[in-house]
Design a binder for this molecule. Structure first.
Ligand code: UT7
Length: 330
């Protein structure tokens, strides 16, 4: 869908754990190696939450940094939307806990459950409140601690994930040229079981049996997700650029979900997008789920790889299966 919402990013920030988990550390715990992980995923290290840390820890840190950069206070925020699949508690939402932690007013606060697409889903959702005038200053967060739900004994998936959060403040665009130009969102619930957690919901509540049978950890069909990711990423990138009437060659920086370097490289090669126009931090961060795109987006801005007037294309995909994109004139 073509849009010109007049909504832009006024500030961004990240919050990531101090603790670094290298491939060598993994090789001490599981039958794997630095060579396999680097070759098959591009990951060299990831950040892990310490015991006393949680999704809210990083969401709060990222949010404070984004507020400071945007030059607004917690009291200026009139909407909070957080993409996460690892809230601190099943109830209430991370957004509600975040509202209290930051000292915001009693503003609307809710989570979006779209896995690795969560931040981009949340950004599109919040932007629409600005378009209708229901919000003038929204806080959008992507935060996850997937290390708390992934199967630490499954070498295929465990080595992929890291923890952290990224946040942005959305405001009405300062100029008619800047802001969100096009978005895409979609889902294929028919392939829900490619990445899922079997128990802990209303279908299979927690019990001694579900714990003993390890039904609370994530299961993933890696190969199938890989194939979906490569083809869907290409389609979403093409559709988003076409919606906005933008030539892909004019996109200054692609900021993709950092799932696997081979997925990103394969999709970009097929689309003719050169590596220098793609932001990569998976080597340092691993796959941080909903935090992946906002962390990459913030780092790209901080490194000067996105300047005023540039076109940025954020693209994500994940469990659900879900996908989403935002094309943004900085
Ligand atoms: O954010 C969205 C969520 N998920 C994803 O994006 C994941 C998408 N999928 C992937 O990134 C890849 O499928 C993986 C990285 C998960 C796996 O890579 P792959 O190239 O698809 O490997 P594979 O599963 O086809 O396994 C190839 C071999 C197997 O051994 P055999 O059967 O050929 O002897 C695996 O047992 O590699 C083995 N293997 C490993 N070996 C060493 C799987 N994981 C590991 C490991 N270390 N960590």
């Amino acid at each position: 869908m073509k849009v010109n919402w007049g909504v832009e990013v006024a500030g961004s920030g990240i919050g990531v754990p101090e603790r670094v988990m290298t491939n060598e550390d993994w090789a001490q715990r599981l039958d794997t190696s630095d060579e396999w992980i680097v070759q098959r995923t591009g990951i060299r290290q990831r950040r892990w939450a310490a015991e006393h840390e949680s999704t809210l820890t990083f969401a709060e840190r990222a949010s404070r940094a984004a507020l400071a950069q945007a030059g607004v206070t917690a009291q200026d925020i009139d909407l909070i939307v957080c993409g996460t699949i690892t809230p601190d508690h099943p109830l209430p939402s991370t957004s509600c806990e975040l509202q209290a932690a930051l000292g915001c007013g009693w503003v609307p606060a809710f989570d979006v459950v779209a896995a690795c697409s969560g931040f981009v889903y949340a950004m599109i959702t919040a932007a629409q409140y600005l378009v209708t005038g229901m919000s003038r200053c929204a806080l959008v967060v992507g935060a996850d601690c997937l290390t708390r739900v992934c199967d630490m004994e499954d070498r295929q998936s465990a080595i992929l994930f890291g923890d952290g959060a990224g946040a942005v403040v959305l405001r009405p665009s300062a100029s008619p040229e800047t802001g969100i130009l096009a978005t895409r969102m979609g889902a294929d619930g028919g392939r829900a079981m490619l990445i899922w957690v079997p128990a802990g919901g209303s279908r299979e509540p927690a019990s001694l049996r579900t714990v003993n049978e390890r039904l609370h950890v994530m299961r993933m069909k890696g190969r199938d997700v890989y194939k979906f990711a490569v083809s869907q990423m290409q389609a979403v990138i093409l559709d988003t650029a076409r919606d906005a009437g933008v030539d892909l060659r004019d996109v200054n920086l692609l900021v993709p979900h950092q799932s696997n370097l081979r997925i990103i490289e394969s999709a970009c090669e097929k689309l003719g997008i050169p590596p220098e126009r793609v932001f990569i931090n998976i080597d340092r961060m691993g796959n941080t789920s909903a935090a992946s795109v906002p962390i990459a987006f913030h780092e790209a801005r901080a490194e000067g790889r996105l300047r005023r007037g540039d076109l940025a294309l954020l693209v994500a995909f994940g469990a659900g299966l879900t996908w989403s994109s935002v094309l943004l004139r900085m």
